[in-house]
Design a protein around this ligand. Structure first.
Ligand code: 4AZ
Length: 281
């Protein structure tokens, strides 16, 4: 038998062996939530009139001024000239790198109105002691947004903690699966509030010892079920319970896992910091 025939035979045998031993034939098997055709993850298309406090924070790199501003994070309108977002969205950047777009349904849309960021106020204790601790920032925009009682409105900030099990609404243009593509249409999903004690236990074996659920955080998700969550690109955006802003999309282990709720900055807890900053402005 010639050498080339032997090589051929070996190759065929290797293939037969592989197929009987169940090596994956598909390079990238679908994630659980991709099978369900998820959105935001697991959500539904909504209209900006349903969440008129939602903004799209558009960003460009400092070394690529020729580029367009692109959606980076969400945020919430707390006054005609103030936006609440996550510290991790804006850390290490300057105001000129941003535009704020309000009253739009699309992350690439130029419907709605556009304004500039004049000032960024980040929590001084962001990431101190614990990972993602105090993940909150205020953006001052100029000119102020033209509030219209329809597609561009403020949201009231919480003064009290939400009840465990209360249904919250989260919204944004983030990815519809972990590591997936983001949605051009605004999406929303409803998830129940999870207590910090329960959530901290869920995160016991995640990351290093700095990953704890602290008082500056809030959790929401369908424990034991999964499939509904915020994901990458939703960060900085709103978690609302009965028309009150309770959370700011912050972090989590992947997205929409049954074992790990999404984690949010806790607006009621951070309220004293927010109010102090607003009073100084
Ligand atoms: C992110 O990467 C991210 N499931 C945001 C929210 C969550 C996970 C990741 C929560 O911006």
């Amino acid at each position: 038998m010639s050498r080339s025939w032997l090589v051929c035979l070996l190759a065929i045998m290797a293939c037969l062996l592989a197929s009987t031993h169940g090596l994956p034939l598909q390079e990238n098997p679908l994630q659980e939530d991709e099978k369900s055709g998820g959105r935001i993850v697991g959500g539904y298309a909504t209209d900006i009139a349903q969440v008129p406090y939602q903004i799209s924070l558009r960003y460009k790199g400092i070394t690529t001024p020729q580029n367009a501003y692109r959606h980076r994070c969400g945020g919430s309108i707390i006054a005609e000239d103030k936006i609440l977002t996550a510290a991790h969205c804006i850390i290490g950047t300057v105001p000129s790198q941003y535009k704020v777009v309000a009253g739009t349904n699309y992350q690439t849309g130029s419907d709605g109105v556009i304004t500039n960021v004049k000032e960024i106020i980040m929590h001084e204790e962001y990431f101190s002691e614990f990972a993602y601790n105090n993940d909150i920032a205020i953006l001052v925009v100029d000119p102020p947004l033209p509030l219209n009682n329809f597609t561009i409105q403020t949201i009231k900030m919480a003064t009290e903690q939400p009840l465990e099990g209360a249904v919250s609404k989260i919204s944004g243009w983030g990815t519809t699966s972990p590591g997936g593509t983001s949605s051009n249409q605004l999406l929303a999903v409803d998830v129940p509030i999870v207590s910090n004690d329960v959530c901290d236990k869920d995160y016991e074996n995640f990351g290093d010892e700095t990953y704890r659920i602290t008082a500056s955080m809030l959790c929401a998700g369908k424990r034991g079920v999964g499939g509904a969550d915020a994901c990458q690109g939703d960060s900085g955006g709103p978690l609302v319970v009965r028309d009150v802003l309770q959370g700011v999309v912050s972090w989590g282990n992947s997205c929409a896992l049954a074992t790990h709720p999404g984690v949010y900055a806790n607006v009621a807890y951070l309220r004293s910091w927010i109010d102090a900053k607003l009073a100084q402005l």
